[in-house]
Design a protein around this ligand. Sequence first.
Ligand code: AMP
Ligand code: ZN
Length: 113
Amino acid sequence: MNDCLFCKIINGEIPSSKVYEDEFVYAFNDINPMAPVHILVVPKTHITNVLDITSENSNIIAHIFEAISKIAKQQKLEKGFRVVSNCNEYAGQSVFHLHFHILGGKQLSLQMA
Ligand code: AMP
Ligand code: ZN
C-alpha cells in the first residue's frame, strides 16, 4: 500500500516514537494522545480494518494481542487500560491501516460512544 500513513511509519519513511517492535507488529505513541498512555499497535502487513480480518490473516491478530499484553506490562498498566479499534469512518477511523489504540495511565470514563 504505497499511500498508507502507517505503512510509511512501519518502513521508516515517516518518523514515529517507537514503543515496541517484533517480526509482525509495530507499536508507537499516538501523535495526539487522548490519555497519559496512548499507543497504537499495528500489524506490519497492510490490513485495512477489522472487516478485513479473515482466516488467512487472523494469526496476526492473535500475535497483536500477545504484543498488547507485553506492552501493557512494560508501560505498567496492570491496574487498567482500554484497547479500541475504530472500524470505518462512521466509527471514527481516520487511518485505514488496522490499529489498536492502547489507552491508559488514568481512570478512564465508562462512556464508550
Ligand atoms: P483512528 O482515528 O482510530 O483511525 O486513529 C488514528 C490515530 O492515528 C489517531 O489517534 C491519530 O492521532 C493518530 N495519528 C495520525 N497520524 C499519526 C502519526 N504521524 N504518528 C502517530 N499517530 C498518528
Ligand atoms: Zn498500511
